[in-house]
Design a protein around this ligand. Structure first.
Ligand SMILES: [Zn+2]
Length: 67
C-alpha cells in the first residue's frame, strides 16, 4: 500500500497514512483536531517546469506497421 500525505485544513497538521488508492482520495480524519479536514497533499516531483519542447505531432510510441 502506498503512503499518502495529508494536511488538515483546520489546524494545518500534516500526517501520513498508508491507504489504498480509493481511500486516499477521501478526506481523512486529522489526528490532532480529529476533524475530517485532512486533504491529500500532492507533491510535485519535477522541480523545473518544462519549456522549449516541440514534440507534438510526432509518431514516437505506438503501434507501427499500419496496413
Ligand atoms: Zn487538524
Amino acid at each position: 500500500m502506498p503512503m499518502y500525505e495529508f494536511r488538515c485544513e483546520k489546524c494545518g497538521e500534516k500526517f501520513e497514512r498508508l491507504l489504498p488508492y480509493l481511500e486516499a482520495k477521501k478526506t481523512q480524519e486529522c489526528p490532532r483536531c480529529e476533524k475530517l479536514s485532512g486533504k491529500r497533499v500532492v507533491s510535485a516531483p519535477s522541480v523545473s517546469a518544462s519549456q522549449g519542447s516541440g514534440g507534438f505531432g510526432g509518431g514516437g510510441c505506438g503501434p507501427t506497421g499500419f496496413g
